[in-house]
Design a binder for this molecule. Sequence first.
Ligand code: SF4
Ligand code: SF4
Length: 79
Amino acid sequence: MPEIRIYRELCKGVEECGICREVCPKKLFSPSKSLNRKGYRPPQVTQREACTQCQNCMIYCPDLAIAVEHRKAGKGVKK
Ligand code: SF4
Ligand code: SF4
């Protein structure tokens, strides 16, 4: 399963930005329940297992708030 890390404090909010939601082909991001320290609502990932590891979210996030690591079953992290 891919590792999708969200750096909540770097995000400027799904309502204000939302690029990750737009570019994810599987629509895996939804607004999280809690706000970050800047008062924005970062995304959270639902159905992580559906991620295609396309890395669109990481590439297009203007604030570098998402990191996606490629993983192969049983092989650990592959870059
Ligand atoms: S890597 Fe692709 S499929 Fe996975 S969460 Fe990001 S945009 Fe969606
Ligand atoms: S694209 Fe980045 S800054 Fe914009 S809502 Fe998603 S995680 Fe936050």
